[in-house]
Design a protein around this ligand. Structure first.
Ligand SMILES: [Cu+2]
Length: 70
């Protein structure tokens, strides 16, 4: 079980939250996504550690920018 919080730039409303959640949920192994709109972060729970590039691509696909991965 892996849990990572990512900072995402550009989310402004519930639609943005849904778009980001949807794309991140599609990544292999992901079991949960919690997006904090006010904080501009997404916490992703997964079965296996995620490839940071895959996370970045998913956020990009949703139309936003991954600022920082930790
Ligand atoms: Cu929005």
């Amino acid at each position: 079980m892996s849990r990572e919080t990512y900072t995402i730039k550009g989310m402004t409303c519930a639609h943005c939250v849904n778009a980001v959640s949807g794309e991140l949920s599609r990544l292999p192994g992901v079991t949960g996504v919690e997006v904090d709109l006010a904080g501009g972060t997404a916490t992703v729970t997964s079965n296996t550690p995620l490839d940071p590039r895959a996370v970045r691509d998913a956020v990009d696909e949703a139309g936003y920018e991954l600022v920082e991965a930790r």
